[in-house]
Ligand binder design. Structure first.
Ligand SMILES: [Zn+2]
Length: 299
């Protein structure tokens, strides 16, 4: 058993598997960062192996971990030699925390980083975009991102900047803009889906038709914050299995509010395509273009 560590695999990655490239939600990465920070910060590594092909040969043993920080969906582990280890979960990555000698829950060949102190072993599985870089250069990897919705220092300036970037996409579909990490960082397909439901708009609604852009940003942040400190990701307020979401992953089932069957369709192109879920009754607005046949039609 992992020590209650960053073991959450985004539910979208489990059930939307093969449907485009599914990213974790920002709260998953935030929680992983917080748990790694608690376990490793201020600790000297007795083992520091990097198994990513690009980093083989680097040994971090002897280094002290200064901090672990998440920025949107990016994670930085910072060391006392002025360097940071960057990682991204993409579809299938995760960090686990173990006690020394415990069996790992994922195959050893998937391990990309093993950072161990005398009493904890942090193993990063299937991590992507791994890079060792000067801590002062982290902006090179995340400087393009919009404000991080889970930034502990979030304030009016962050909200204003997110709003500025959001309304610049006036002609774009809100279901796509919410996923754009350059606008605001942290929302994945789950929160995008649920934000659209709670706003009462279809995911194909142009940004310019939204009555209150500030509410879009505030709602996204509220939902992420609500789940940032726990492994469950509930937008309904309920934690029971099958009751955590309004429409996400509920295609063909009845809307919790009005009983209409929830529809699904692809939104976005190529690798950016995601499965959208919406209630046509509760979420009026543009329907998917006819060239995008409804995926997973109800039988
Ligand atoms: Zn409904």
């Amino acid at each position: 058993m992992t020590c209650g560590a960053a073991t959450r695999v985004p539910s979208a990655a489990r059930t939307d598997g093969g449907y485009g490239q599914v990213m974790p939600e920002g709260d998953t990465v935030y929680l992983a960062g917080r748990r790694l920070r608690t376990a490793l910060s201020g600790q000297r590594l007795v083992r520091g192996e990097l198994r990513h092909p690009r980093l083989v040969g680097h040994d971090l043993a002897g280094r002290t971990v200064l901090d672990v920080a998440s920025v949107g969906k990016h994670l930085f582990t910072r060391f006392d030699d002025g360097r940071s280890l960057h990682s991204h979960f993409r579809m299938d990555g995760s960090w686990h925390l173990y006690r020394p000698g415990m069996n790992w829950q994922r195959p050893a060949h998937e391990a990309r980083a093993v950072l161990a102190t005398t009493d904890r072993v942090a193993v990063g599985f299937a991590l992507h975009d791994m890079e060792l870089l000067p801590t002062t250069d982290e902006d090179r990897l995340v400087g393009h991102l919009g404000p991080d919705l889970l930034d502990p220092d979030w304030g009016a300036e962050h909200a204003a900047e997110a709003r500025r970037r959001f309304i610049l996409r006036a002609d774009h579909e809100v279901g796509l803009v919410l996923l754009e990490q350059r606008v605001m960082a942290g929302v994945g397909n789950l929160y995008k889906t649920e934000v659209c439901f709670l706003l009462g708009v279809s995911p194909w609604t142009p940004v310019r038709d939204l009555p209150d852009p500030d509410e879009v940003i505030a709602l996204s942040r509220r939902l992420l914050l609500r789940n940032a400190e726990r492994p469950e990701q509930s937008t309904t307020g309920e934690l029971g299995r099958g009751r955590q979401h309004w429409v996400f992953e509920r295609g063909g089932q009845r809307c919790r509010r009005c009983g209409t069957r929830i529809r699904t369709a692809e939104q976005g192109d190529g690798v950016y395509a995601r499965l959208a879920y919406w209630c046509p009754q509760c979420q009026p607005g543009p329907a998917p273009p006819p060239s995008r046949p409804t995926a997973r039609r109800a039988p």
